[in-house]
Design a protein around this ligand. Structure first.
Ligand SMILES: [Zn+2]
Length: 71
């Protein structure tokens, strides 16, 4: 936001964009880490993704058997 724009909206009660609560801990998010409150919460969210908690549910496909019996 430029200085001029800041002045233009300066009459409003909230000069800054309304903050959302952090999806991880519920604290107010910071602009630097939006939509999270901190880099830590961002990492937590990211690791959750990596751990597969957010993974799209896959239907168990048993027909995928390719006959590679390694026993
Ligand atoms: Zn947080």
């Amino acid at each position: 936001m430029t200085k001029a724009e800041e002045i233009k909206v300066g009459s409003k009660v909230e000069p800054l964009r309304k903050t959302r609560p952090c999806p991880e801990c519920g604290r107010p998010s910071l602009r630097e880490h939006y939509p999270f409150c901190s880099d830590r919460c961002r990492s937590v969210d990211l690791s959750r993704w990596l751990n597969g908690s957010y993974a799209i549910p896959v239907t168990e496909d048993e027909t995928k058997a390719d006959g590679s019996d390694q026993d």
